[in-house]
Design a protein around this ligand. Sequence first.
Ligand code: PHE
Ligand code: ZN
Length: 847
Amino acid sequence: MRDASPQTIYLKDYAPFGYVVEEVHLTFDLAPSATRVMSRIRFAPNPDAKDTAFFLHGENLSLISAKIDGDAVKPTLTDTGLTCDVPNVPFTWEAEVQIDPAANTALEGLYQSNGMYCTQCEAEGFRKITYYPDRPDVMSVFTVRINGPHPVLLSNGNPVASGDGWAEWHDPWPKPAYLFALVAGELVAHRDSFTTMEGRDVDLALYVRPGDEGKCAFGMQALKDSMKWDEDVYGRAYDLDVFNIVAVDDFNMGAMENKGLNIFNASAVLASPETSTDSNFERIEAIIAHEYFHNWTGNRITCRDWFQLCLKEGLTVFRDSQFTADMRSEPVKRISDVIVLRAHQFPEDQGPLAHPVRPESFQEINNFYTATVYEKGAEVIRMLKTLVGDAGYKKALDLYFDRHDGDAATIEDWLQVFEDATGRDLTQFKRWYSQAGTPRVAVTDSFEDGTYTLHFAQHTPPSAASPKPQAQVIPIAVGLLGPDGDEVLPTHVLELTDDSQSFSFPGLAAKPVPSILRGFSAPVVLDHTPDHAFLLAHDTDPFNRWEAARNLAKASLLGTIMQGTAPDTAWLDGVAGLLTDDALDPAYRGYVFAMPGQSQLAADLHEAGTTPDPDAIWASAEAHRKALAGHMADALPDLYARHQVDAPYAPDAGQAGQRALGNTVLSLLTLLDGGEAAQAQFDSATNMTQQLAALACLIRAGRGDAALAQFEAQWKHDRLVMDKWFGLQVIEADPDDAADTAKALTQHPDFNWKNPNRFRATLGTFSAHHAGFHAKDGSGYTLLADWLIKLDPVNPQTTARMCSAFQTWRRYDAIRQSMIGKELERIASTPNLSRDTTEMITRIREA
Ligand code: PHE
Ligand code: ZN
């Protein structure tokens, strides 16, 4: 079912549904190709609605029968649902539909993954299960009966009763249909329990495929830690007798917060030391927390409509980042969040896909689960907290939960609680929700008679989404350092509200060095060239110290690319100094070495008016790695030896930091010893972090073949480890070989392209290989386009997400642009292209 001309939905057109749903009863008779779904729904006219049309969403459903108050009716069916004449008093709607889970490759609605049944309803998947007002502001209490021959039959809420071949569930909390879930299959449970601060005993279970039992313990602990943290920090307790998590192999996203029954991409929950890296563990802990935190921010308080998506996502990302900072290291978490923001959100905000944190229109809502809604949405809340202070934030959040529990709320509601709790006027701040684009903040300074003045000018580049941007409220955390490196003014938050503004600091003996945007206090680009080497040596703010190293690296990299200069000694000395400073957290030191990404350098060049040459960028990055290795040659062996962990493996921040630094050093060492140390580490590794890091080094050193074969033989049976094997070969390939490597991997018998994890591990990773994807001959573009065209009819959602690889195309030279333009045209003209992909390609082409 495809729409010829896709319809655009507007925020301004919001109107409530004409009926309220008092209760929902669903019965499922499971069968792979002919599942029957019986619904009994109590509707009543909605006194708040003007429009009384009775339209129920429904897609890919075969209607068997429909009744109103027990009498058969003949609804009018359309491509997207049905309409029917209904009484203007409360009535009972009953329908029976047939669906085909086995044929559902889009992984939306009810589908099968390795023989198990599971659902994904956010955002608009419930309409593929039965006829229903599938919109988040329609909330109801669900009772579900599942009939099927499977040992495990799960749905939302609390178990009511079960017997041989059936189970019944009841969820007492009214919820929108997007939070509905059902799972059935041969699964094994890893069980535990948690007692809430209110004294409720909650049975916890993590359901996995037989064979995966050994990968559950960490996820379960992360769940218990999250439950405790939300009680301690936000005062929020869990509200059902059971909390179930299910791991699924085929899943489009990371995980889903269905009420009481979270469904996870297996990669986002299953972990063991032998098969998962430290970063996998950290990501899993964060995603478990994220989905759990949605129980209050998303489920108990949900969104009125999908334009308000950031209401739950921005807030929940913010909450999970606070959790990770508390569990691990706050500065390291901040740095890694900013790396992600710059790598994913900035290009989106600065290109053809730019949209506000709260978009005002869309064609396919699945295309708006973006870095802007999630990550910039979290940054906006972080700024709000900075502006109102910790106490104000706490007061506002308590009021939010009090006032809106049970509501389908809006950004207006959210901002109102901050205004009411703190008395602050947020009219201008609201622009962060409505205006696209990354503000640029230029800084100059002056010093006269002991008074130091900072001058700021802000400017947001116009975009199609926001052609006339206005000044934002920008909290700028600033500290001042004296010429000797001592801090003369501790961190102080300035509030920028005008296009240009100055702030003075009197009573200073000498002109200070400013440390600006400490902790990355706002998601902006700073135009400022202070003495980076000085800040690297003296800044008390760990974020800005890291930023200074990054700025030195950036200047040096761009110098090599544009002027052919050698790597800058200030960078070499500065980074070497931090890498060997044992007073600093090893995890932090691991990040100090991380240079800006190559795609980001391309953006910087483009910004500076130079057409980026991907090969030159690659060569510059290589030259810098070599120069650093040479510069630190004497220190590396000892540094490596001192950052090996002898204790039994634990995925905690302390050990992970040691390994991260040790492996950073190993990658430098490999440039000097040709891979000898890496081979030794590979041969003796007893955990995946060490094994994979060594394998990466061996591939880079051109001696990875034997190790790759050995790794494959060892891990052939493990899907998640094999995803790493696919991805690593692509990302570590030389630019000239990357497309061939990726292409060869698509011929591998284990390249199960309908599995989103495997597809992304191979082609998603390829599009992240900057110089490989942008290979001069265009082979990279063709390869990706071929596969997007092939995947689209099978899984539009994953296809559309991966189109963003092309969003930066206008940065490149005319030849590359013309090659990409042709591929975009080829995709756009594919017959029956999905609405998801059509919207993405259209927006990208409009650049
Ligand atoms: N709501 C999920 C989350 O943020 C993401 C998701 C969206 C999952 C759409 C599946 C489909 O945790
Ligand atoms: Zn979420």
